[in-house]
Design a protein around this ligand. Structure first.
Ligand code: PLP
Length: 495
């Protein structure tokens, strides 16, 4: 049965999966959502015997119904290969009483690789299927990790170019170095004088610029998005929740059917929404625990039903979660509004004009699957030290936010269900914050000396992604003001 996608903001004609992937964002500014959420059609028993790629096929075939089996398997094989440093792709590691789902074994050592190693293949396949002749220009705003993962995915992919905007002073040293050293003639990296929300709003406005779109068309270009608003990012993320559950059954950690909880360090709400989709597909998940850092707009939303971004933007040690507009929440709002695009469009208009909206009591009741909490900077640092000392396991700062929130959840509820914590980055990516949390003596050290110390401490070998940047040459040095993003894009494309 064909699954179509519609916009969250209007009643425009539904489109196929491949068209939704190509477009990224709907023309009315809404996000594409599947008309219904499919149910898994293989048993957990069968899934528990499958490897990552097989699981990926079983999930993606239900969402990307206009791709042939051959096309989909080809995309999956190209994505989940030796770029990952383990054939398990997403290993599950127990530390203390939690199961860390390590999503950072790909090329750029953050969980964005899970989806961005397949998106370029889905996109070029979708272009072929739809007879697209234009060159596809991927426009991406990044809080640090998406940028590099997208660059790595799209570099030298024929028929595509990629432009990444990042907040010049809002990413870690390793994150920046990874991006500005990116090779590939089709890549372009720009630092902006603003924060992530500025970058994301700038990109959205370029997407919505009709005049620019027509100039692009004349010059043989069209935009698409690699941000987590693209359904081609979201669906591959559903896979690892299915996989994690099946692995826990296979290892005898849980019995088939037993509920687990899932904790997700959250920024743009993509990863946790994928877990919610997995739950709706039939994976026995109890609570979806949404962990925020000091930018706790989501925690406040789950508490009060009011989403309010009118507050200071705080730079934290978990920069990939420094976000006040969680774009993917719109997909959940649309759903709890009873799949009502008009109602959702009103909320989003209010968010754009007033910076806030408040959902009704009936809508709030439907958020019962979720639990929100947050960790302060101090709590995040403390939990890194605590888990290291108790279990010799080194958490990155984002995963630490989740670990702390899980501890708060347990203390508050007494819920002892087996729990999976999405581990979204390697500690190597945030070595300075991680090492300083473990011992203040590391504060004085140079970046790469810290990395050497982390290797000794964690007993985890230095990942290739770090080795690569030790000597890599900086090839991107463009910096621009927020209101010049469009000019920069035109210049890069020569239009
Ligand atoms: C992007 C990112 C997050 C937040 O994920 P969302 O899907 O945006 O909620 C958390 N941790 C790390 C390391 C990330 O890169």
């Amino acid at each position: 049965m064909e699954l179509l996608y519609k916009s969250t903001r209007s009643n425009s004609e539904p489109v196929t999966a491949s068209k939704a992937i190509l477009k990224g964002l709907a023309e009315d500014g809404g996000l594409f959502v599947p008309m219904s959420l499919p149910k898994l059609d293989v048993s957990m028993e069968e899934l528990s015997k499958m490897d990552y790629k097989q699981t990926a096929y079983e999930v993606m075939k239900l969402f990307f119904t206009d791709f042939t089996e051959e096309e989909l398997k080809d995309c999956i094989n190209k994505a989940y290969d030796a770029k990952f440093d383990t054939t398990e792709i997403a290993p599950l590691v127990q530390a203390e009483d939690a199961y860390y789902l390590e999503l950072f074994h790909g090329a750029t050592i953050a969980f964005k690789d899970m989806a961005l190693s397949i998106l370029p293949h889905l996109m070029t396949t979708a272009a072929k299927k739809n007879g697209v002749k234009n060159e596809i220009v991927i426009l991406t705003a990044t809080s640090g990790d998406t940028g590099k993962a997208a660059l790595a995915g799209f570099a030298d992919v024929k028929g595509t170019r990629i432009i990444v905007f990042y907040p010049k002073n809002g990413v870690s040293a390793v994150q920046e170095k990874q991006m500005v050293t990116q090779k590939g003639d089709n890549t372009f990296v720009v630092g902006i004088q603003g924060n992530f929300d500025d970058a994301q709003s700038g990109v959205k406005s370029i997407f919505g610029d009709k005049e620019l779109a027509s100039v692009m068309e004349q010059s043989g270009f069209q935009f698409s998005s690699a941000n987590s608003i693209n359904i081609g990012r979201l669906v591959p993320q559903v896979v690892y929740y299915v996989y994690a559950y099946a692995k826990m059954v296979a290892k005898g950690v849980i019995s088939n059917g037993e509920e687990i909880n899932v904790v997700v360090p959250t920024g743009n709400f993509g990863n946790i929404l994928a877990a919610f989709y997995a739950k709706n597909m039939g994976v026995p998940i109890g609570k979806l625990i949404c962990a925020s850092n000091d930018n706790k707009v989501l925690y406040d939303f789950f508490q009060t039903g009011c989403y309010d971004k009118n507050r200071d933007f705080i730079l934290t040690s978990s920069p990939s979660m420094d976000i006040l507009i969680s774009s993917n929440l719109e997909r959940l709002i649309y759903r709890i509004a009873g799949n009502d695009d008009k109602k959702n469009a009103e909320f989003m208009a209010s968010l754009a004009s007033e910076g806030k909206y408040e959902v009704s009591e009936e809508m709030k009741v439907q958020l019962a699957d979720f639990y929100g909490n947050y960790a302060t900077e101090q709590e995040t640092a403390d939990v890194i030290k605590e888990v290291y000392e108790a279990a010799e396991y080194v958490l990155d700062t984002h995963t630490a936010v989740a670990a702390k929130v899980y501890k708060k959840y347990k203390a508050e509820t007494g819920d002892t269900k087996k729990t999976v914590i999405a581990s979204t980055a390697s500690p190597y990516k945030f070595a300075r914050s991680v090492m300083s949390a473990i011992d203040a003596k590391y504060q004085e050290m140079e970046d790469f000396d810290l990395i050497d110390e982390l290797t000794k401490l964690s007993k985890v070998p230095e990942p290739n992604a770090i080795k690569e940047i030790r000597s890599a040459e900086v090839v991107h040095d463009t910096v621009c003001e927020v209101d010049k993003m469009k000019d920069v894009v035109k210049k890069f494309l020569g239009i």
